[in-house]
Design a binder for this molecule. Structure first.
Ligand code: AVJ
Length: 336
């Protein structure tokens, strides 16, 4: 095939929908306004993921302390054939929420290569346009039969853009742990709401384990997590015309036993103030005051089952590593 044909052929296999660009400027940043006017200031974690933040997160995934990614990858290697058997029976969409880089999906697509990738369409959904487009380009090259429908969206608000076809949904990396309990149940309910009876959802969950192991994963020696944490302010400075003085903040990550979650904060080292011009918002932090930038819930099977039950979902299969540090759980809609 000559180069021109190859390029055309690639373009024909890619469709992109940018739902974020349809956001009104009023909707955009409303959640920042809400979070930063609470007694405990907080920022939605999605604001980590500008192009630089997505890059920093990829570096985190390769850190020796960050066991999550490599453990999940090892489970995926084991489980991929069984998971992708979903497409052996019938055509469908493989939807990946928060797709980021291609490491995980490549394992699944390789497993499906056996019966032909023409039996599925890959639908990655990500908030970072640059990360999504780059990932799509790579997959089109690697898998010459693959069709992709890429969606740039905030999956906590834009689920209505997802196709209604027969589908296998994946939400990996324990990203669901970033939601507060109510948000998590609501998100799972919304998932159940867009699922057909035969559809399946594969969730990645980071499981409870000794505190030292968990805390080390969020306090790496090279300081990459600290950079990632601070990058949220850099992103706000650029995206909302703000003037946070990043040097005034330090990285803080702790496992909160009672809540079974890691909390990541930025702690003010001195009195510091910022103006977010686009949101018409001024904030000040006292010395020692923190902005909570992320929560990372850790799960037990029992607690996860309670969430699923409330959301109208039921587990059909659990996959885990020998130590039970991480789990993939396959869910279907529970019968009414
Ligand atoms: C992508 C949300 C799963 O919670 O472990 C990594 C993000 N934060 N280091 C996580 C993250 C700090 C990560 N998730």
């Amino acid at each position: 095939m000559n180069l021109r044909n190859k390029v055309t052929q690639r373009i024909e296999r890619l469709d992109i929908l940018n739902r974020l660009s349809e956001d009104t400027s009023q909707e955009n940043g409303r959640d920042i306004w809400e979070g930063m006017t609470q007694p405990q200031k907080r920022l939605p974690s999605k604001y980590f993921y500008d192009a630089h933040g997505s890059w920093l997160f990829e570096r985190i995934c390769g850190l020796p302390e960050y066991y999550l990614t490599r453990t999940e990858l090892s489970i995926l290697e084991q489980a991929s054939t069984e998971i992708m058997a979903f497409f052996a029976q019938d055509f469908g969409d493989l939807v990946e929420l928060g797709s980021g880089s291609n490491r995980k999906i490549k394992i699944l697509l390789d497993a499906a290569d056996g019966f032909g990738l023409s039996r599925l369409r890959y639908v990655p959904v990500d908030i970072s346009e640059s990360a999504l487009l780059e990932a799509c380009e790579e997959l089109l090259d690697l898998f010459p039969d693959l069709h992709i429908f890429g969606i740039i969206a905030d999956f906590s608000r834009h689920l209505e853009v997802l196709p209604r076809n027969r589908k296998l949904l994946t939400f990996l990396g324990s990203t669901i742990g970033n939601f507060l309990k109510d948000e998590r149940i609501m998100f799972l309910k919304n998932m159940a709401g867009i699922m057909n009876p035969e559809d399946r959802l594969v969730l990645g969950l980071d499981m409870l384990k000794p505190t030292e192991i968990i805390e080390a994963a969020y306090n790496d020696n090279q300081g990459v997590t600290s950079e990632f944490n601070k990058n949220i302010l850099r992103n706000l400075n650029r995206s909302f015309n703000a003037d946070f003085n990043i040097a005034d903040f330090e990285h803080l990550s702790v496992f909160v036993e009672e809540k079974e979650r890691v909390e990541m904060h930025l702690r003010a080292k001195c009195l510091t103030a910022a103006r977010l011009a686009d949101l018409d918002l001024s904030v000040a932090c006292r010395p020692g005051e923190t902005i909570r930038t992320e929560i990372c819930q850790k799960f037990s099977r029992e607690n996860a089952h309670l969430d699923f039950q409330q959301a109208g979902l039921v587990a059909t299969r659990w996959f885990t590593d020998p130590e039970g540090w991480f789990a993939l759980v396959m869910l279907k809609k529970s019968e009414p």
